[in-house]
Design a binder for this molecule. Structure first.
Ligand code: GAL
Length: 416
């Protein structure tokens, strides 16, 4: 097995759920249920992948079961109930990293896919360090469908020009231009529901701590109560002063809409927003929207990866995993999804200008893992951190948030 040296973030992957009892090797046919949160605006990429699968395996009826809600906030709860209730879907979406390993692999719900990687020649086509997120010493637990970047700042260049500001490359610059935007009736930074606040928080943390100390937060070497981390909460609190008051009731798409509609200047979101902008809103990179690394994170790539996992109709699921991991699968899914291929041999001419730049940044950047999207923390931590975030959004008490996160890290087994 490849050596593990990842501490990165985002993609989509697939793994097999370990079913109890014997897994009969049936012929392809019958059904394949795919469970994810890629509904509505998030659906086109998955639909393209399903179409490809159906063209290869017309005997299989695909059930596209989605539970809407960005970053899987609702889907993950439904999945948990189904998994624990003995009713797993054939394939499910999960994030590479701790969300997969620290949740479903430790619970022994997954099947080792090393044989599939060998059979399909995937050791040669997925980057070495991606294996860190998919593997333990015991095996490889899922198939990556993409790599997302989370630390992206979006804006509409034409609007910035009109308002007389430029995209900030540091948080100091942001705090300097924010009052200027407010004076013009513009929200400096649009924000959505709770998980998007955590998404913003991780970019602020990366900028303030730098990649090494950010990593130390997850390996237990940097205390949540250290002055640096309290400082992250303080800065985050200052930034929140420049966000929209109705954030808790907005989806990530609605927060993106705010920059397109000229109500807000900036939004920090993963690059699925690039898919939403170009595919759903028909606002194209460079000509319609601009982007940069979130302030203070130039040269860093906060990554995550989505994976599907499956089981009751095992042969159909294996065929699904082969489709996902295959070159045509990756190149039909990712250009629509707003993510880069997890494979190193993809045809970049099929990807738009934003994604070409993300692919190049992925090659050269320092890779770290996303918190909001399951790479660095297990489900227990993420659930409890959402509560810490809720309280902070209400009281802006940096020290209390740092103390509470420290306790959550201990309780979830992420630090001693
Ligand atoms: C992420 C996921 C992305 C996208 C996003 C918004 O967690 O990795 O693929 O779906 O949530 O829902």
């Amino acid at each position: 097995m490849k050596t593990l040296k990842w501490l990165k973030a985002a993609t989509v992957c697939a793994a097999l759920i370990l079913t109890l009892g014997t897994i009969a090797s049936a012929a392809i046919g019958g059904e394949l249920e795919i469970f994810s949160w890629w509904a509505g605006d998030e659906g086109p990429a998955l639909e393209a992948l399903i179409e490809l699968y159906e063209s290869k395996y017309p005997e299989v009826t695909v059930i596209n079961a989605t539970v809407t809600g960005g970053s899987g906030v609702n889907a993950k709860a439904v999945l948990k109930t189904r998994m624990l209730g003995g009713d797993p879907p054939d394939a499910f979406q999960v994030h590479a990293g701790q969300e997969l390993i620290g949740t479903w692999v430790v619970a022994q719900r997954m099947e080792d896919l090393t044989w599939l990687f060998e059979e399909e020649g995937w050791f040669e086509v997925f980057p070495d360090d991606l294996f860190d997120l998919l593997s333990t010493e015991e095996g490889i637990w899922s198939v990556p469908v993409n790599i997302h970047r989370s630390n992206v700042l979006y804006f509409i260049p034409e609007n910035l020009e009109r308002w007389g500001v430029e995209a900030p490359s540091t948080w100091d610059e942001f705090l300097e231009i924010a009052p200027k935007l407010m004076n013009q009736g513009v929200i400096p930074m649009s924000l959505g529901e709770n998980w998007t606040a955590t998404h913003l928080w991780e970019s602020v943390a990366l900028s303030e701590l730098g990649p090494d100390k950010y990593g130390d937060l997850w390996n237990g070497e940097l205390s949540w109560t250290s002055p640096e981390v309290v400082g992250v909460w303080e800065l985050f609190g200052e930034i929140l002063e420049y966000t929209n008051p109705d954030a808790p009731s907005l989806s990530w798409q609605q927060a993106t809409d705010m920059i397109v509609e000229g109500q807000a200047a900036f939004n920090i979101m993963g690059d699925w927003a690039s898919g939403y902008l170009s595919v759903t809103l028909n606002v194209q990179p460079v000509t319609g929207y601009g982007w940069a690394a979130s302030p203070g994170t130039e040269g860093m790539f906060m990554a995550l990866s989505d994976l599907p996992v499956g089981s009751p109709n095992r042969d159909n699921t294996i065929a699904w995993l082969k489709t996902i991991g295959g070159l045509d699968g990756q190149d039909s899914f990712n250009p629509l999804k707003g993510s880069i291929s997890a494979r190193i041999d993809s045809d970049l001419t099929k990807y738009d200008l934003y994604l070409q730049s993300a692919a190049s940044d992925y090659q050269t950047g320092q890779i770290v893992g996303s918190l909001a999207h399951g790479v660095v923390a297990n489900e227990r931590f993420m659930n409890d951190f959402a509560t810490v975030m809720d309280i902070f959004l209400a009281n802006k008490d940096a020290r209390a948030a740092a103390n509470a996160a420290h306790i959550v890290a201990i309780q979830s087994g992420m630090t001693k």
